[in-house]
Design a protein around this ligand. Structure first.
Ligand SMILES: [Zn+2]
Length: 465
């Protein structure tokens, strides 16, 4: 080789070596795997994690699933049965109790949204009191952080039962977040990375699609959901812990001293055999045997009763939302408004038409308090509409307002409300009380008479805790 050629070859080798050194890739940090979960439980109040804890114990201890819990409120409303703190101070205590309950099941990743514990049965009141949008944003961010395969949450619907507005609002938020977290146009600042060091509010997360969502209901009649999802034994003994799943779940619930101090004292003095007697009695058992997880929907084709972790991949079958058109036919008609009207649109918009709905609609109301029946009347937006409302209520119930003739303004729909005062029943009467129908008949110009019915059960208390 001539000296000049040798020099060129040498220089070439040096350049290649220098380039190779320059091309050594710099490491880009991956997402934090400590927060990735299989199951994300989204519930309203400290102690509501117990909706699913026997199932979570099974998945954590024997199927090695990773679980995180999000509480949408701190639980500052209601009564402190243990010590004197109330309101925000009690909420601070309940946050710790919730963390302790989760920690007993090995769940360390626990977050709280900023919903205010709101004692009402109306999902819309809870959502308005919470700040719906800000909490949805926070929940979507946590889904993008935790990347759950499956979400467990409260049932979005109205039934006779505890029927807590906060529970329903949590279910609504979880469904919305399930549908939004994979959309890059939703809360895009969560997906943006920082370009320079002072852009510290950009999250640098990725979109995420949870695969399935299941619900737990606090309806009085839990049997109506039999067969609506996979069912898991709560009495089965955990192979790794040698205890039944209900006992592991009950042990976790013992953290909630501000809520059930007497019961915790009583139960903690019992032997496992004595506790078993309580669990074997359907009237005193904390959880039904088996526990049904009510199937909401799945991103991939699956049967409602398939195992929670079956069919977590495949070809996505698109569901087409309704687009939220309120009165596509333009025909004058009346529907129940308020939460019932909202849920009608909600189920269509989020492809949850298979969710069970109480038919006729039903509600439990505290005896002696007002029953409000919200109505939405759809009519011609270009002219006023005269209507007449007649109300048929059980004997002894007093119609306070909402019946008679009304002239509605020229608008596409008008909200009205029938208010009925319910009688105060004695303890004995309440024990025997059965659901009673309230019927509202509406007719008007160009609007044939329509009857709406709602079944009402009078109860000792109607405001949930
Ligand atoms: Zn609750």
């Amino acid at each position: 080789m001539k000296p000049i050629v040798r020099t060129i070859v040498l220089i070439s080798i040096l350049v290649v070596a220098t380039n190779l050194r320059a091309q050594t890739p710099q490491k880009v940090n991956p997402p934090d795997d400590r927060y990735k979960v299989d199951i994300l439980e989204v519930v309203a109040h400290p102690d509501d994690e117990a909706f699913f804890t026997p199932y979570l114990a099974r998945e954590i201890y024997d199927n090695h699933k990773r679980v995180a819990v999000i509480f949408s409120t701190h639980g500052g409303s209601g009564v402190n049965r243990f010590t004197r703190e109330r309101g925000p101070a009690m909420a601070n205590e309940r946050e710790i109790e919730a963390r302790q309950a989760c920690a007993k099941l090995g769940i360390q990743n626990v977050w709280f949204l900023d919903g205010k514990d709101t004692a009402s049965q109306d999902v819309l009141i809870s959502l308005s009191n919470w700040g719906h949008g800000a909490n949805l944003e926070k929940l979507v961010g946590l889904i993008r952080l935790t990347r759950p395969e499956v979400i467990l949450t409260h049932y979005p619907g109205v039934f006779i039962g505890e029927n807590h507005g906060d529970h329903q609002a949590t279910g609504v938020l979880a469904v919305e977040a399930f549908d939004l977290a994979a959309d890059p146009t939703v809360f895009p600042s969560q997906l943006a990375g920082d370009m320079s060091h002072y852009e510290s509010y950009l999250s640098n997360l990725k979109t995420w699609q949870p695969k399935k969502i299941y619900f737990g209901s606090d309806a009085n009649d839990g049997k109506q959901f039999k067969g609506s999802g996979p069912a898991y034994s709560v009495r089965e003994v955990s192979p790794s812990r040698k205890k039944p799943y209900w006992l592991l779940a009950m042990d976790s619930a013992m953290a909630h001293r501000t809520q059930f101090p007497d019961e915790i004292d009583r139960l903690s003095k019992m032997s496992d055999a004595e506790l078993e007697k309580i669990m074997n009695n359907p009237d005193s058992s904390w959880w039904p045997e088996p526990m049904t997880l009510i199937f909401g929907k799945s991103y991939y084709p699956t049967k409602p009763t398939d195992d929670v972790f079956a069919n977590l991949q495949g070809a996505h079958t698109e569901c087409t939302p309704s687009g939220g058109v309120e009165n596509p036919s333009g025909t004058p008609h009346v529907t129940l408004g308020g939460p019932w009207g909202f849920y009608g649109f909600f189920r269509k918009e989020h492809c949850l038409q298979n969710l069970r709905v109480a038919d006729p609609p039903e509600i439990g109301v505290k005896s002696g308090t007002a029953l409000n029946v919200p109505l939405t009347i759809y009519h011609d937006e270009k002219k006023t509409q005269e209507i007449e409302i007649k109300v048929e209520a059980p004997a002894g119930w007093k119609i306070v307002s909402g019946s008679g003739k009304f002239l509605l303004p020229a608008e596409a729909n008008t909200n009205l409300r029938v208010e009925i005062e319910t009688p105060t029943l004695s303890q004995d009467e309440l024990k025997k009380a059965t659901r009673q129908p309230v019927k509202v008949r509406v007719q008007g110009d160009g609007m044939a008479e329509q009857e709406l019915r709602i079944d009402v059960l009078l109860r000792p208390n109607g405001i949930p805790e």
